[in-house]
Ligand binder design. Sequence first.
Ligand code: PLP
Length: 407
Amino acid sequence: MIKINEHYLKLQASYLFSNIAKKVGEFQQSNPEKEIIRLGIGDVTRALPEACTQAFHKAVDEMAADSSFRGYGPEQGYDFLREAIVKNDFQPRGADISADEIFVSDGAKCDTGNIQELFTQDARIAIPDPVYPVYLDTNVMAGRTGEFEDGRYKGIIYLDATKENNYVPGLPEEKPDLIYMCFPNNPTGSTITKDELKTWVDYARENQALILFDAAYEAFIRDESLPKSIYEVEGAKEVAIEFRSFSKSAGFTGTRCAYTVVPKECAAFDSKGGKQLIHPLWNRRHCTKFNGVSYPVQRAAEAVYSEAGKAQAKGLVAGYLNNADLIATEIKSLGYDFVGGDNSPYIWIEAKRDSWEFFDMLLNETGVVCTPGAGFGKCGEGYIRLSAFNSYENVEKAMARIKKALA
Ligand code: PLP
């Protein structure tokens, strides 16, 4: 008899975005004349940088001729992209990462979800709350948690991000083996300083733990004193894996290209306490289960690092940050407390009431869609997330309506 993996039955159905879609659909039906403005989404809205589409087209043309056609590429990614990544994303920030430590993939979602396969079933997992749900759900699937009770899975060490700690969790009382971190954070938009990050790196080193650092939003960091990579912190290469993506930095959400950094000295331990390097294990996993990102997509990603591509991608990010500034200014003028928006596309607002109640009020009175914080974890209750991923015109219109409704 074929039996299922019953850990899947523990998963909470993700009601968040389906519930939002249902409520928006109902609102639209009863108010067909009202224009809806979506500030709930975490998806980019502006076109790819022109340098990327040009490189994309050129690479597609190469695929159309036998003489320049390419079949399977290296699973880890083409050298031209891996070298451009280290030269532009790490070396200028003093992070000593080499091209063969970069694993190109089709998404930080897949990588942050798949990485847990490398670790033992009884690894103790620390996960922030609120959180990008992939970290939690993939560990539930793998059987590293108990049942879901009172809004939380048993067996997980939750790292509360609250107003009291400025949305940067402190070190946990219980000792974790694997620690998930995300800065700039989704959903809160909070950032971490180099000193705070060093505390975590030192903790991981002292406790034989490993940090999984999701830097999918690093491109939004404007404050030069903030770390973009965990490898800017001394000693991080032994205890941290970093995830990056072209999704938000260059509009690749629909094009799909990302990468994971596994430094050669990064290690975990076997059952006898012996040091085991992670690089060969991730390489083995990657080559066994993944056949590489398509050649034209990797050429498009490489073009992000051309002079024109850099300027255009920067322009995209600056546009979203400009939206975030407007949202932050207006929310502040309304007297609401919030975090994020300065170095992130997300603004996390204290709703002063139940987060779904605030969502309903905003939708019904203004036609603006936000994301209720409760959908990201227990600590998200009482908050909403506004996203800067929209046109400036729409953000202006949305904020004018919100101001009128909340003033
Ligand atoms: N990590 C975080 C924190 C995200 O918010 C997202 C997408 O919203 C991702 C990863 C996914 O990135 P990708 O598009 O590369 O799969």
